[in-house]
Design a protein around this ligand. Structure first.
Ligand code: SF4
Length: 415
């Protein structure tokens, strides 16, 4: 059980879009960002709704131009999650987004630093109880012109750290910026300090978590495509979350943002930081013992479970009986494959022995039926009724299957 760092709590949203807490006693929230243009209203609404359906708690949109903030008034009534305006360079975009009814503002100290402008945004947010994220991304925080001078001045503060200079600049910039907010007695703040470098991300958030009690938005900037970005993101985010640091996360991929939501949620599920929605699928990696097309079966099962099953039941798809029984321990529904066959179990009880082409349908039918039973109170998730009795690999899953086939019971009718 991960013990989370105590922070202040920030709440964003309204009755129409729901309220989402960040920090305090709120579960870690998953957020993402639209990839399309905000001014393209119908497409933006469709993308936000797709991300919300995938499980995003919060969606951020870019508002580089006035036509983007102008679109917000039409977008907001058509979506059902809190929306954040991502503001860079032009403080007016923040003022326009606040006027349009946005739920949170993100400011970057690296490109909006004029004290009077920041104060205007703070006062506007304060009046409407809108929280703000201060995002000190490594890429945009470093002042290119006086970088050398600033590194010299600040580097010694974290001299033992590999990334000492950059870390020092990020922290110094953050502290300077926070001072403006504190002078205005504004504390509805979330902080982020992203970098492409996992080590710097870990160091920065650890440092910030020791200095401030504001909730933290974790992320790695420019992590790349999903294929490589997953590892780059999950290593630092997983490390920080396991240390109790992090109140909302965004995984950033150069891919469809739906993957950011799916992978962010999965990370929180496996760490026990969120209650799973939908089935959990475990599957063996296969080896030279495999006698069915397990990769295809696993993908087919995954897609169907995602569509059909809402309860967090555990489903195990195992290639053979060698490790299957042990690895299926605790699975509500399990299958062991054999020689073009599979034996299916429901909470340890063997319910079917079917040829390969019937495995998918039968497994899903058992999942649906089990879900209905749980809903009716006739079964409980994760309850082991009996120990799994492994099938006989020769007689039942091998050459003796014809005999079993004759004795197979018909599939029970699902009500
Ligand atoms: S369950 Fe069987 S097929 Fe799958 S990896 Fe383990 S030994 Fe190989």
């Amino acid at each position: 059980m991960i013990s989370r760092r105590k922070t202040r709590k920030v709440v964003l949203g309204d009755k129409t879009h729901g309220f989402v807490g960040i920090g305090g006693d709120a579960p870690v929230a998953v957020q993402t960002m639209t990839a399309g243009y905000t001014w393209d209203i119908d497409k933006c609404v469709a993308e936000i709704n797709k991300l919300s359906a995938a499980g995003a708690d919060i969606v951020r949109v870019a508002v580089p131009e006035k036509k983007d903030t102008a679109a917000l008034k039409e977008i907001l009534p058509r979506v059902s999650v809190p929306i954040v305006a991502d503001v860079h360079f032009h403080f007016q975009r923040a003022m326009e987004a606040i006027e349009a009814g946005i739920h949170k503002i993100r400011l970057n100290p690296g490109n909006i630093s004029d004290r009077a402008q920041v104060k205007d945004v703070i006062q506007a947010c304060k009046a409407k109880k809108i929280p703000m994220r201060i995002g000190v991304n490594e890429g945009s925080i470093v002042e290119r012109k006086d970088k050398q001078k600033r590194m010299k001045e600040l580097g010694g503060v974290f001299s033992n750290d590999k990334h000492g200079h950059l870390l020092a600049i990020m922290i110094a910039k953050l502290e300077e910026y926070l001072e403006i907010f504190q002078a205005e007695d504004f504390h509805d703040i979330v902080i982020s300090a992203k970098s492409i470098d996992p080590e710097l991300v870990i160091a920065a958030y650890k440092e910030i978590s020791q200095r401030f009690d504001y909730p933290l938005h974790l992320g790695v900037t420019h992590a790349g495509p999903r294929e490589t970005g997953t590892i780059r993101s999950v290593v630092p985010l997983g490390h920080l979350l396991c240390s109790g640091i992090g109140d909302t996360i965004r995984i950033s991929y150069a891919s469809d943002p739906v993957f950011e939501v799916q992978d962010g949620l999965e990370l929180l599920y496996v760490l026990g930081l969120r209650t799973r929605v939908g089935a959990e699928l475990i599957a063996c990696p296969t080896c030279g013992r495999i006698q069915v097309d397990l990769f295809r079966l696993v993908q087919d099962v995954r897609k169907q479970l995602e569509k059909e099953i809402k309860l967090p039941m555990k489903v195990a798809v195992m290639g053979c009986v060698v490790n299957g029984p042990g690895e299926c321990e605790g699975a509500d529904i399990a299958i062991f494959a054999g020689d073009r066959r599979g034996i299916i179990y429901v909470q340890g009880e063997r319910v079917a022995n079917v040829p390969e082409e019937e495995i998918l349908d039968r497994l899903l039918a058992e999942c649906r039926q089990f879900e209905q039973k749980v809903k009716r109170g006739e079964a409980k998730l994760g309850e082991k009724k009996v120990d799994i009795l492994p099938p006989d690999p020769i007689g039942e899953l091998g050459s003796g299957w014809e005999k079993i086939e004759k004795e197979r019971k018909p599939l029970p009718v699902i009500k």
